[in-house]
Design a protein around this ligand. Structure first.
Ligand SMILES: [Zn+2]
Length: 106
């Protein structure tokens, strides 16, 4: 059932709230063309936060996973080095991904 977790995140107990909007279920959000939905219920890590419509993953989990040292160690070294030392490169990458998603989701 549960997949082996590669990037271990601590469980927040009691759950913490990161989003205070109106609940909107996944199907409704998808029909409205939204990227995220919100159930108001905590994820298994105790985040009361939005979830991605595409993957049903908790947004807060994704963010936190990307900040773990293990995740950063797995980034391709060429990107990791530049990402940490070259602000212009960071901007370009952010820009690229924004453009990429916009094009993909049109
Ligand atoms: Zn979460």
């Amino acid at each position: 059932m549960a997949k082996e977790e590669k990037y271990i995140l601590p469980v927040l107990d009691p759950p913490e709230t990161f989003y205070w909007g109106e609940p909107i279920d996944r199907a409704t959000a998808r029909d409205m063309g939204l990227k995220r939905y919100f159930t108001g219920k905590p994820c298994k890590k105790g985040h009361v936060a939005e979830r991605h419509v595409s993957s049903a993953c908790c947004v807060e989990c994704t963010l936190r996973r990307h900040r773990t040292p293990e995740y950063r160690a797995d980034m391709r070294p060429i990107y990791r080095d530049r990402y940490e030392t070259d602000p212009e490169f960071q901007d370009r990458r952010r820009m690229h991904s924004r453009e990429y998603w916009r094009a993909k989701n049109q």
